[in-house]
Write a protein that binds this ligand. Sequence first.
Ligand SMILES: [Zn+2]
Length: 353
Amino acid sequence: MRFRRAIFILALVELFGGGAVRSQTAFRLGTASAAPGEKATGYLEVPAGVDAGTNIPVVVVNGPRPGPVLALVSGAHGTEYASILALERVIAELDPAQLSGTVMVLPLVNIASFLQKVPHVNPVDAKSMNRFFPGKADGTQTERASYLITKEVVDRCNYLIDYHGGDLDESLRPYAYWGPTGRAEQDRISREMVLAFGLNHIIIWRERPTDPAATRYLDNTASVRGKPSIVVEAGHAGTSETDDIELLVTGTWSTMRKLKMLPGEPLFMENPVWLEKTVEVTSEQTGIFYPLVKRSGYVEAGMKLGYVTDYFGKTIYVARAPVAGIILHVCAVPSMKKGDNIANIGVVAAKAP
Ligand SMILES: [Zn+2]
């Protein structure tokens, strides 16, 4: 009993004391093993099952001083290129000698999507690699990969950042998600992380699964397990612009400074635009899409967002904004199927949380 209580208190110290209780020894993730002061590469090996196996590249950067374990994950959607290239830069530029604690980097979770240029899903099983957490050991490839990431990355980190962006068909402005859990101390830390990251539009993501066995999203899987975590998005429509990559890299360094994993002062976003919800607008018709708004534009309720024609040029659907807000992303390509996303609108919160 007393032993159990000690373990419990240690777990609390690990979470709320900044996690700085771990002594520095070699840190192993998949086939990568980094001694203190080293950077190592390897793979998380997802075994074959009902379909093919895959190897997810991982990098461990292990600081010479004790500190928390931070997980950085991108490329669940393998054609959200800016987020993938941002973590490639983090891998190249993160100097282990400067680091307190350990960083696990997964720069490209969904290699099949990246190589085959397939947006949104893993082409091996047609599942989104950010919807099936905590995963299943005997499921399809996406579920087995999610299971391994939950066990090896989520369960072993203290903090997590999940990187996304506009996919091949999404013209997206940068923003972050902050998902409060109702646990005050955890929410205080994740709020500090998202403000330190510095993206100036932040979605307050309140309605999320709370069942640890059905968390769906990676960051939510970490949140539900008590680890402060955020989602960051930048980049759009197949591009890898330096401005977008820079936002994600700068935000990473700043958040690590906030967590006292790197020396120096973090940025502080004094007045972000807090968004209380997002409203998705989908197409009621199949045809050719013509946008009438741009990412980051402001729309009033009722304004036209774009229209869909048939293949002969006749307008068959006009999409209008159901609410006033900011265009977080708008469809970037003419291909439009009934039910596909036309735009996501962020509704500005009445006050900061
Ligand atoms: Zn994504």
